[in-house]
Design a protein around this ligand. Sequence first.
Ligand code: SIN
Ligand code: FE2
Length: 218
Amino acid sequence: MMQTELDLFNPQDPLQPQWVGNQAVLLPGFALPQVQALLPVLREVVAQAPFRHMVTPGGLKMAVGLTNCGALGWVSDRQGYRYSPVDPLSNQSWPVLPEVLLELANRAAALAGFNNFQADACLINCYRPGNRLSLHQDRDERDFTQPIVSVSLGLPAVFLFGGHTRKEPTQRIGLRHGDVLVWGGEDRLRYHGVLPLKPGAHPLLGNLRINLTLRKAG
Ligand code: SIN
Ligand code: FE2
């Protein structure tokens, strides 16, 4: 029987955790109870540190809009990628990492087996229809024993979860509003990316997808 038929006859409970690696888990809808608290807090963060299109070291302007909150924020420019304690746009500290987000990320990390997650950085990505994120590894952080916790809001996207080399095949993981994905341990350095966002209208976020990735960077 083909895989698609199996799925039809054995639908998985959509709210059950789905392990996508030995130390990587999708938590469908895990953030939904916090969304109403999260959105106004995120609006404040973005008012203080607006989304911007950073330039890669190679000189290309990134299509996805980026900002950060937390003690450290991920930045890219002609000099390279790094974590910075200040927002280069304002020369001020990044906005504080909201408690509601930290608490959510800690609970998600613990479910994935990471009991001592100490996020000090949250990269916020804003995708519009057509925007994609090419395959990359998250390796600008210091401590790879700490996981990445990703929270998706707004329009759904297809997340590509690959292997430890760029060439390995990728799994396609649907990420919807409220989903949380955690990857760490042996899966921490897996290549990942996002397929071009399909147009759509999300009731809360319109034609946007917002992704928050919490990390321990320093
Ligand atoms: C990232 O890899 O930084 C973001 C992933 C995502 O948008 O789901
Ligand atoms: Fe990433």
